[in-house]
Design a protein around this ligand. Sequence first.
Ligand code: PGA
Length: 230
Amino acid sequence: MSGVTLNIQPDAEGLAQAAADLISEQVRVNPSLSILVATGNTPMPTYAELARRVTAGTVDFSRVTAVQLDEYLGVSDDDPRSLWGWMRRSFVEPLRIMRTVRLESPAQFAAAVADLGGLDLAILGLGPNGHLGFNEPPSPPGAPTRTLELTPASLESNAVYWGDLAVPAGAITAGMDVILAARQALLLVSGAHKRDILHTALEGPQTPDVPASLLRRTALTVIADGAAWG
Ligand code: PGA
């Protein structure tokens, strides 16, 4: 099924509430949901809101499987730049999730996703250049899970996370093929700096040059704040 649902919220807090509502409802309908989990700044308030709901007992993630979207190469688990570490701290542990799929190699990941019967929900942020995970432009719909060198644009946009630490040059990402095969995609977009790329992704041509534009061929919900939609 394809079709885009656009949900504009007044601010980042409204975005977090609306996204937490959607994710919680899906977990209630299917407690064994498999979820591809983005890190990055945008989804953090959503994950914090989900953690509040888990603590309050209004939703239960204990049968959910959390699947890693992307990772740098050559960083250890306790390196502050580890995206696995960020996903564990922000999502897996506060939501009391027992089942995870770590992205270690293309073959291991493909087998694990196949074992799950595919992904139910992909939670995604929008890169400033339209990337999804580390699917940098151009990434065609069939781009597989793979290792890659980061582009100068992504090295620059990722530098904000790590302060004085260098951005690792190599990465591994879940492929466009896996992302586009998810039964539902949820794209979270916050802030005026995302306005141009959000409009390009939703209103421009569907092209590998803007990987996020390819989400329009899936069942996509976009939740954005007013600053990002503008
Ligand atoms: P952000 O990252 O949520 O920190 O803006 C999005 C991305 O680059 O994928």
